[in-house]
Structure formats: structure tokens, C-alpha cells
Design a protein around this ligand. Structure first.
Ligand SMILES: Cc1cc2nc3c(=O)[nH]c(=O)nc-3n(C[C@H](O)[C@H](O)[C@H](O)COP(=O)(O)OP(=O)(O)OC[C@H]3O[C@@H](n4cnc5c(N)ncnc54)[C@H](O)[C@@H]3O)c2cc1C
Length: 400
């Protein structure tokens, strides 16, 4: 394994879990991710015969697959382990790391409802379900995240998805954008939608919505440039009726809930994209040691070595921040600016290191016969997902 020998404070158990995650990433995720990436039609990725389901099965057989929702584990230990696991899984395939990471996104929200039937159905580790979070709308991407800006509480900004109270139920009507990760396959959504239109986007509520309810429809999954192993797709709600307690947070606490979600998602993305950056670096280093030009491996040329060293330095720096933020968050309320800093730094690092790796591969970096062009495409999406980096920087800046 590459340059992880600087680890401090890891127990034998931590190292064993990290190695298990690495083995799964190398033997299952990387080949599956490459196969899914090559599928022309995104519907093939989620077809019953797809290798994706084999990935899920093997993942759920691993002892760490329920760690994230296991409240009996010490939060600091859990944070440390999740950093190791997220990095390894994304080293294998970032699209699948996100797919698997989101699987249990709904669990804490469902537990919050205190609905025994819902909890039995969606929080049972022996019968795992697939979750997603649905916030982005066709007309509202960055808008939905920029809590600090005046448009957020402007009632003239009309949502694409809203819920209204009807007796003891809420009735949900509208659409979430094609960007919902796991949107095409999820069993349940954590839905962010407008409840009080007089408050603009600020008047939101956070719901749990089983996606087999009458009125939910999901057309074809999205076709896209990178992270093709991560299925995404829009979700339509045609007067979908849910009991009122399925709304876990209402407008009075919506901005706090949204900010916490943004913090946890951004901190997680930081850890994940360290893994992608390391994969790109690993490939570039290995290639530089075997590609001969001028009679020697290109690694022997000083300029190539110094470029590799820059990549190495960037990955180490990104990892240091991602872990520092994760460990801080384990101790209590996260700090928005630090979580965003981690996402922005780590995804920029992933993109820069992947781009430099393509350069080290020369012409072969462009070829689909080599793995690096896929990693480059996968890295590109990270500058947009979970908030465009420039928009996140405005949000982070508002906290300084
Ligand atoms: C791979 C991937 C996975 C995703 N997963 C999910 C998911 O699971 N669930 C979900 O709900 N969403 C998801 N998204 C959606 C993602 O959060 C949005 O794409 C993102 O918030 C940007 O919104 P947008 O695409 O509508 O772009 P827009 O908001 O239309 O932005 C377009 C451009 O304008 C700039 N811009 C916009 N507003 C401002 C401003 N006020 N100031 C300065 N610049 C601005 C942006 O930086 C960007 O360059 C995902 C996206 C991707 C690519």
C-alpha cells in the first residue's frame, strides 16, 4: 500500500479494518467500477444483472458496513475508522464509494421519527436498504445551499417541490433534479422540500419518504461524464401522502438541519476524494517507473520526480485536513467553514493530482485502455457535487 506508513495512533484493530477495506477496494470495487464505467447506457448499471448488486452483497458481508450507524462505537474511534474506510473505498472506485457511503444516509433520520414499523423496515442491519438525499431541484441547485444569501428567504423564489399539510398527513408535490445520487435505486429518500412558501427556500422541511409510495416515479437514470458507477436520477412526487411525523424537521429548524447535513456531507467528501487523489498518484508513480524514454524510466528524469513529489505532498496535506476535520466533528457540533474547507481542498487536490497523473501518462493518459482518464473524469465531478466549490467558498467565507 502506498505512503500510509506515516500513520500514528492506529491500533491493530484499526489497521486490520483499513486492510480489509483496501482488499475489498482492490478486488471488488476497482474492477466493478471500471466495468460499470464502460457501460454505454446508465440503465445497464442498475439492471438486475448488473455487477452493482454483487458489489452491494459483498459490501454488506463486511463487518464495517454498518459502522457509520452503530451508536455503540465511540465517536472518535468511528471518525478515525471512517476516514480510513472512505479513503480506501474511493481509492478503489469513487462512484461506488459514494454509492455505498450513501446506503445508510437515511438511518438516523428514520430513527428520529420513532416510528417502529419504519425503523424495522429501513434500519435493520440484517436487511439493508438503500438511501439517498434529495435536495437539488431543476431550478434550484446552488440556491438551495446558500443559506446566508438574501434569495434564501425571498418568497418570490418558487420551489419545484413542496409539501402541504392535509389533516394528519403531508402531501408532497413536485420534482427533485436528476442529480440525486442513488436516486434511481434508493428504497427511501431523505427529502428536503419547501413546507412554508411564505419563507422562500428557508421554509423547508426534512422528510423521510419511502420510494414505493403511490405517486412516486423515477424515469431513466442520468447519463454523465464521470462517476458513471454512481447511479443518479430525478424523482417525481405526484401528491405523495406521508404521515405528519415523517417530517423530521420543520421550517423552524430547517436551516440548522440543512447546515448540519452540508457539514457531514462535505467532511465525508473530503475523506473520499483523498482516496481518489491517492489512486491517481499511485497510478502515475507506477507508470513513471516502467515507462522508458531517453533510455531510462521517466521516473529517473528529475522533472518527473519533482512533479510526483508535488502530487505526493498535496495528497498528504489533503489527508491531514480531512482527518483533522473528521476528528473535530466527532467531538460535537461541526464547524461549517472547516467542513467546507476540507471538501474544497480535497476535491481540488483530487482534480489537480488526477490531471497531473494524466500528464505523466502522456498520450496514454488520454486512452481508455489505461485507467487514468476515468479517474480524471471522476475527479472532475467532485468540483460540483455536494455544492460547487466556488459556491461553498462563499458559504464558508460568510462564517469567517
Ligand atoms: C456527481 C454529483 C452528485 C450529486 N449528488 C447529489 C445528491 O445526492 N443529492 C442532491 O440533492 N444533489 C446532488 N448533486 C447536485 C449538486 O449538489 C448540484 O449540482 C450543485 O449544488 C450545483 O447546482 P447546479 O448543478 O444546479 O448548478 P448551478 O447552481 O446552476 O450553478 C451553475 C454555476 O453558477 C455558479 N453559481 C451559482 N450560484 C452562484 C452564486 N450565488 N454565486 C456565485 N456563483 C454561483 C456555480 O458555481 C456554477 O459554476 C450532485 C451533483 C453531482 C455533479
Amino acid at each position: 500500500m502506498s505512503f500510509l506508513d506515516l500513520e500514528i495512533g492506529l491500533s491493530e484493530e484499526d489497521l486490520a479494518i483499513r486492510d480489509m477495506a483496501h482488499k475489498f477496494a482492490a478486488e471488488v470495487l476497482r474492477p466493478a467500477g471500471q466495468a460499470l464505467d464502460r457501460m454505454q447506457d446508465p440503465a445497464e448499471v442498475i439492471a438486475p444483472s448488473s455487477i452493482l448488486w454483487d458489489v452491494f452483497k459483498k459490501y454488506h458481508a463486511l463487518e464495517f458496513s454498518t459502522l457509520i450507524t452503530d451508536d455503540s462505537v465511540d465517536p472518535v474511534k468511528k471518525a478515525r475508522l471512517m476516514c480510513l474506510i472512505n479513503e480506501e473505498l474511493a481509492w478503489g472506485d469513487v462512484g461506488l464509494a459514494i454509492t455505498l457511503g450513501l446506503c445508510q444516509f437515511h438511518v438516523p433520520w428514520v430513527r428520529h421519527t420513532q416510528d417502529r414499523d419504519l425503523i424495522a423496515r429501513f434500519c435493520n442491519p440484517d436487511a439493508p436498504t438503500i438511501g439517498c438525499w434529495a435536495l437539488t431541484e431543476p431550478d434550484h441547485g446552488s440556491d438551495t445551499l446558500m443559506l446566508s444569501e438574501p434569495h434564501f428567504s425571498d418568497p418570490s423564489v418558487k420551489p419545484n417541490c413542496s409539501a402541504h399539510k392535509d389533516g394528519n398527513s403531508y402531501v408532497i408535490r413536485g420534482q427533485k433534479a436528476a442529480w440525486v445520487s442513488n436516486g434511481s435505486i434508493a428504497d427511501i429518500a431523505v427529502l428536503f422540500c419547501t413546507v412554508d412558501k411564505s419563507m422562500g427556500l428557508k421554509g423547508g422541511g426534512i422528510f423521510v419518504v419511502p420510494l414505493d409510495l403511490p405517486g412516486v416515479s423515477r424515469p431513466r437514470p442520468l447519463d454523465k461524464l464521470g462517476q458513471r458507477s454512481l447511479n443518479q436520477g430525478e424523482i417525481f412526487f405526484d401528491d405523495v401522502r406521508v404521515p405528519e411525523h415523517y417530517m423530521v424537521l420543520g421550517p423552524n429548524l430547517y436551516t440548522i438541519g440543512l447546515e448540519m447535513m452540508l457539514c457531514h456531507a462535505n467532511a465525508g467528501m473530503g475523506q473520499i476524494f483523498v482516496g481518489l487523489a491517492r489512486a491517481a498518484y499511485d497510478y502515475a508513480l507506477a507508470y513513471a517507473k516502467q515507462r522508458v524514454q531517453g533510455g531510462v524510466p521517466i521516473f529517473e528524469h528529475q522533472n518527473v520526480r519533482s512533479r510526483l513529489f508535488k502530487m505526493f505532498t498535496k495528497v498528504e496535506a489533503a489527508r491531514a485536513l480531512a482527518r483533522r476535520v473528521a476528528l473535530y466533528n466527532a467531538g460535537g457540533a461541526p464547524k461549517v467553514q472547516h467542513c467546507i474547507a476540507s471538501k474544497v481542498l480535497c476535491t481540488n487536490t483530487a482534480f489537480e493530482v488526477a490531471s497531473e497523473a494524466v500528464q505523466i501518462f502522456g498520450g496514454n493518459g488520454m486512452s481508455r485502455e489505461y485507467p487514468i482518464e476515468k479517474i480524471f473524469r471522476d475527479a472532475r465531478a467532485s468540483l460540483i457535487e455536494d455544492g460547487c466549490n466556488e459556491v461553498l467558498s462563499i458559504i464558508g467565507g460568510s462564517k469567517l
